[in-house]
Design a protein around this ligand. Structure first.
Ligand code: PMP
Length: 400
């Protein structure tokens, strides 16, 4: 027994040093614990804070209509789905959600995955493999990057939003069987929009498949809330669209939008769909309730857009670097991780939760505070945040 314990200590002995190293670089994550429902105000580790850290953009995660829908789902289906979708995990709730999503997105078919991460990674690896090429924006979400690696297709990373370089790369002679271009539509840390119309043109010209991830845009962008492709009016020209149910829609899960053939192919080949337990049916009920709200209450997204615009302008006026943000995601770029952490800690002492974002979530030297504006924020929250940031700047001795 003693010998075995000794052996375990030795093989993982490097962990303490590696964690210490992360600490020294201000890169160690601590797990927070929330003691309240998601919302404008949260209790985090015993402190009451105005919440600028959630992706619940439309304020639906704790909406009574979603809660009631979950209760109804629980009554009908119990909790666990008990198996992967292909075995017997897919219930009438999943089928109804897929139908509702197809109607909402105005497309032939959709496929619901256990998470958005699984939808991205599984879809990429199902569409391309050895002998193919995948072109990935440098700032794409981790689930896209992991999907690209997992696919074992030749990976070409193009500079962020750089359509000319992508055009150049695609114009090179090649022997690839298939070529896939993947991009977030609304970048999750920078809050900027991908140049979707130009990407559509380039992909069509070079006969590459375009896949977009609307994770942060679903429910927020576009007239009907379909996302950035709707905002630019190019839904029909983007063959593979991924979304999440976990952000604007306030639930959990991911989905793919496209043709019947695409969905049928993913059913055969997307490994996270095949080998992961299906979502609980009750989560599908919540997502369907959220889709109804998105349809019936367009003022929610209009207000998010307005509030975010107000905050972006106010921050810019105060001299903060918010990069190219054009959305409800507003980074306050400070570059060094320790500065981001100090700012976040200061804001917490003044009653605000704004997460510090550090590598590997952003490239080295791009540490920031990531402000998420949601439907529930009051105008005074935004004003007080700007004021308090000014106080932080003076107290912490930060220049611009
Ligand atoms: N895509 C993007 C751009 C994201 O930011 C995230 C979540 N942070 C995901 C996909 C994954 O979605 P989920 O949380 O539903 O797994």
């Amino acid at each position: 027994m003693e010998g075995r314990a000794q052996h375990n200590v030795d093989v993982l002995g490097w962990l303490a040093d590696a964690l210490e190293e992360l600490d020294c670089q201000s890169l160690r994550r601590i797990r927070r614990c929330r003691q309240s429902a998601q919302g404008r105000i949260i209790w985090l580790d015993g402190r009451e804070l105005v919440n600028f850290g959630s992706n619940d953009y439309l304020g639906l995660a704790s909406d009574p209509r979603l809660v009631a829908a979950v209760k109804e789902g629980l009554e009908k289906e119990g909790w666990g789905s008990g198996a992967s979708a292909l075995v017997c995990g897919r219930s009438s709730a999943h089928a109804a959600l897929e139908e509702a999503l197809a109607k909402f997105e105005g497309c032939e078919a959709t496929l619901v995955f256990p998470t958005g991460f699984a939808a991205n990674a599984g879809t990429i690896a199902a569409l391309v493999g050895p002998g193919d090429a995948v072109y990935c924006d440098r700032k794409n979400h981790a689930s896209i990057i992991d999907g690209c690696k997992l696919s074992r297709a030749d990976l070409r990373v193009f500079p962020h939003a750089d359509v000319d370089t992508l055009d150049h790369l695609l114009a090179k002679p090649h022997r690839h069987r298939r070529r896939l271009v993947v991009t977030d539509t609304l970048f999750s840390m920078d809050g900027d929009l991908a140049p979707i119309p130009q990407l559509v043109d380039v992909c069509e010209r070079h006969r590459a498949i375009l896949m977009v991830d609307e994770a942060h845009a679903t429910g927020v962008f576009g007239n009907r809330g379909r996302g950035v492709v709707e905002f630019y009016g190019v839904e029909e020209r983007v063959p593979v669209r991924v979304g999440t149910l976990s952000k604007g829609l306030g639930s959990v899960g991911g989905f793919v939008v496209g043709s019947t053939a695409l969905v049928e192919w993913l059913v055969q080949k997307a490994r996270p769909y095949m080998f992961s337990t299906a979502l609980p049916g009750a989560a599908c009920y919540a997502a369907m309730a959220a889709l109804k709200v998105v349809e019936q209450e367009p003022h929610r997204r209009a207000l998010v857009v307005q509030k975010a615009e107000f905050l972006r302008e106010a921050l810019k006026r105060e001299g903060w670097n918010i990069g190219l943000s054009a959305s409800q995601i507003i980074p306050i770029v400070v570059r060094q991780p320790n500065v981001a952490l100090s700012l976040a800690r200061f804001l917490e002492t003044r009653g605000f939760f704004v997460p510090a974002i550090r590598p590997p979530a952003v490239p080295d030297d791009e540490a920031c505070l990531r402000v998420s504006v949601t439907f529930h924020h009051q105008h005074s929250d935004l004003e007080r945040l700007v004021e308090t940031l000014g106080e932080a700047k003076r107290k912490l001795g930060l220049g611009n």
